[in-house]
Design a protein around this ligand. Structure first.
Ligand code: DHB
Length: 310
């Protein structure tokens, strides 16, 4: 029995660590590199109906302890991924398609195309922070529900939703309960905090150009925010939603924290960008060492087992 094996509903992963959508996953070459690595799954860049160049540069700044990005969904379009998924060097790993539309109709069209292809799951991205003029779909629960109700009926594979950080427990409670009713299988928590900003003191310049210098905040600074979302979504869904944690993961101990809070797997964004896909091997090694030291036989023994501080 592989001690690192984990499950996201029907999917079996040989380990709980994978790339986050957007990092190292836009081209076939990058996706193959994830396939050859020790990632537990392969997640695509959020694909749109048409090819996009994204926002003007500079659009990604990695700083000490955090990152800010406003990429603007650069990707070769849904047909590219549908064409290449059959030949992907996946190394036995599940492949998760991330989709991002600009309207209910576009999400439906995207799902119609990916549902016909050998993707093992679909992560519906309702939380892209970088699209000027469009709000974040997930913050409007009625529109989000309309989208998810339509998409659920189109896919037999597991369907997940990538969400932004919420500011109140009430929003999390309502969202979690509605998603359970709608038959959502998993939630990916969380996308970058939407209104981050980085400034260079020497030049007094903003570090990224699009959207007036404001974009998605990720990296270590996001970790306590994401952990709180994982903890509350697990509670408020009565543990009926599987959870993938994302935000500031760059060590085996980070993975343990997310799993203890209620996640079944984690994704890596900023640290994958900095360290390359060899990061998966390092983190899995750290995880195994930690489990050995603490006499944890299987990850399923710790998922959602967080204890109170008293
Ligand atoms: C982009 C950023 C995101 O956080 C996301 O979920 C999708 C796309 C981007 O700017 O490309």
């Amino acid at each position: 029995m592989n001690p690192l094996q984990t499950h996201i509903r029907g999917l079996t992963l040989e380990n709980p660590v994978m790339n986050a959508s957007g990092i190292w996953c836009t081209t076939l070459e990058e996706l193959n590199q994830i396939g050859h690595s020790q990632s537990g799954a392969i997640v695509t860049k959020s694909m749109t109906l048409k090819e996009r160049n994204g926002n003007p540069e500079p659009r990604f700044a990695v700083e000490e302890g955090y990152s800010v990005n406003s990429m603007g969904l650069p990707n070769p379009g849904v047909d590219y991924y549908c064409q290449h998924v059959k030949n992907l060097e996946r190394g036995g790993k599940p492949v998760i398609a991330s989709i991002a539309g600009f309207s209910v109709q576009e999400y439906t069209e995207l799902m119609a195309r990916v549902a016909r292809q050998p993707f093992d799951a679909v992560e519906v991205n309702l939380s892209c922070p970088n699209l000027e003029s469009k709000g974040i779909f997930a913050y409007d629960l009625e529109t989000a529900s309309t989208i998810l109700e339509k998409l659920r009926g189109m896919l037999t594979a597991p369907m997940g939703v990538k969400l932004p950080p919420y500011g109140t427990r009430n929003e999390i409670s309502q969202t979690a309960k509605r998603f359970v009713e709608l038959g959502v299988d998993f939630v990916t928590l969380v996308n970058s905090y939407p209104l981050g900003c980085a400034i260079d003191a020497d030049t007094r310049k903003l570090k990224i150009a699009p959207n007036g210098g404001v974009g998605g905040l990720g990296g270590k600074a996001l970790k306590p925010i994401a952990l709180g979302q994982v903890l509350l979504f697990a509670q408020e869904s009565d543990h009926k939603l599987a959870i993938i944690g994302v935000g500031g993961v760059d060590s085996g101990r980070d993975v343990i924290e997310y799993l203890t809070a209620g996640a079944s797997a984690v994704q890596i964004a900023t640290a994958l960008h900095t360290e390359s896909p060899s990061i998966f091997k390092r983190i899995n090694k750290e995880l195994l060492l930690f489990m050995k030291e603490k006499h944890i036989a299987s990850l399923s023994d710790i998922i959602g087992t967080v204890k109170s501080a008293q």
